[in-house]
Design a protein around this ligand. Structure first.
Ligand SMILES: Nc1ncnc2c1ncn2[C@@H]1O[C@H](COP(=O)(O)OP(=O)(O)OP(=O)(O)O)[C@@H](O)[C@H]1O
Ligand SMILES: [Mg+2]
Length: 361
């Protein structure tokens, strides 16, 4: 899959911009704070309807604008055009010139895997980050997951509200069926995706550590049942009603899930060195790339934000060739030296204060 062109209006520090990309490697280079990451953020938003930097999507609107517009032309077999108009009050999305209901309906049309220096917080940070990673990964390959996740969140909000309002009375639990059904679906998908990611990440990790490190990745669901099914999960929620009422919220479920990472049997989060944590995340992201490719039959885009400086020589050597394969790549850097390893196939863009100029090589 390829993004042929991108259009931005009033997005971050871009007033108005149109760029045509290379099908292979696109290098965005320039000094700090010029707008390199903003371009990756725009592509990421078109793919996932989210930012990878902030939960507050309104902050993507230019400071002196009222709304932002993002558009792109994608080719994967056929041609597709996505458009998003996002204002403080309203969101409009279009596919091939036709209005679509919600921004989330666009998820999965363009697929991306992102590498950023902040990825390390996937390991070090709180479980929310790991759930978000997993949700975005699965959403891009499974439309139903997006819908069920929304159902689950709705049911959760309503159940929590009802628990606070009605305490232990029956009215508090009207949402348990919907909650259990969606929770079971989410847990099943997460379970199978994590085990697939784990299998692929382990092999990659073994390679980049010359066989010295054994990585293990495990899904840790907050609800422990023998078999993940609606009946089992509903039963669990029924048993937990008293506790949930005492704590005034739904204490278990996909919103409390986590993923564990171990290197040679030790929890990477607690005992891993900075380098080991970076390798583990790199292996995970690589696995995500392979998984998406396998699940959809199409190569996702790779967005690599300023990642080269944080990799040591060995990992850079492992990282670059894995990028140079079949994917369309967008890579940012401040130092032109970092990009010498990409040969003639790359398009090079110099980014300066919200402008972009293509450079001849
Ligand atoms: N909503 C916004 N409206 C206008 N400008 C914004 C907005 N949000 C961020 N900016 C500006 O965008 C610029 C940062 O862009 P970006 O993060 O893409 O920089 P960068 O080129 O990746 O820099 P670095 O090399 O430091 O990572 C900053 O100058 C910032 O002030
Ligand atoms: Mg940046």
């Amino acid at each position: 899959m390829r993004v042929k062109s991108l259009e931005l209006r009033d997005f971050r520090n871009y007033k108005s911009l149109k760029i045509d990309f290379s099908d292979n490697v696109n290098i965005l280079w320039g000094k700090n704070a010029q707008g390199k990451t903003n371009i990756l953020e725009a592509i990421y938003f078109l793919a996932t309807a989210r930012s990878f930097r902030t939960l507050d999507r309104k902050s993507l609107i230019s400071w002196d604008g009222d709304n932002f517009l993002l558009g792109c032309r994608i080719v994967n077999g056929s041609e597709k055009k996505i458009r998003i108009l996002f204002s403080k009050k309203d969101r409009k999305a279009g596919l091939n010139g036709k209005k679509v209901g919600k921004l989330s309906d666009l998820i999965g049309i363009l697929r991306v895997v992102i590498f950023t220096p902040e990825d390390i917080f996937l390991l070090k940070g709180n479980p929310f980050k790991r759930r978000r990673f997993l949700d975005i990964c699965i959403s891009q390959i499974d439309k139903k997951y997006v819908v069920v996740l929304q159902k689950f969140r709705q049911a959760l909000i309503r159940r929590n509200f009802a628990i606070r309002k009605y305490g232990g009375r029956d009215n508090a639990f009207l949402w348990d069926e919907q909650l259990a059904e969606s929770a079971a679906f989410i847990m099943n998908r997460r379970n199978s995706v994590v085990s697939e990611l784990a299998e692929k990440a382990v092999a990659y990790h073994r390679d980049i550590t010359s066989g010295t490190e054994r990585l293990r990745i495990e899904y840790r669901p907050s609800i422990k049942v023998k078999e993940i099914g609606k009946a089992e999960v509903l039963d669990h929620y029924k048993k937990n009603r008293k506790k949930d009422c005492e704590e005034l919220c739904t204490t278990t479920g996909p919103h409390r899930d986590d993923i564990d990472f171990f290197i040679n049997g030790k929890d990477v989060k607690l005992f891993g060195s900075e380098g080991q944590q970076r390798s583990a995340v790199l292996s995970l992201k690589n696995a995500e790339f392979i998984l998406m490719k396998r699940a959809t039959g199409e190569t996702p885009l790779i967005l690599a934000d300023d990642v080269l400086p944080v990799l040591d020589r060995d990992r850079k050597r492992a990282f670059l060739p894995s990028l140079k394969g079949s994917a369309q790549i967008f890579i940012t850097c401040t130092d032109k030296k970092d990009i010498e390893s990409f040969d003639g196939k790359a398009k090079i863009f110099r980014v300066f204060s919200g402008n972009i100029a293509e450079e001849r090589v």
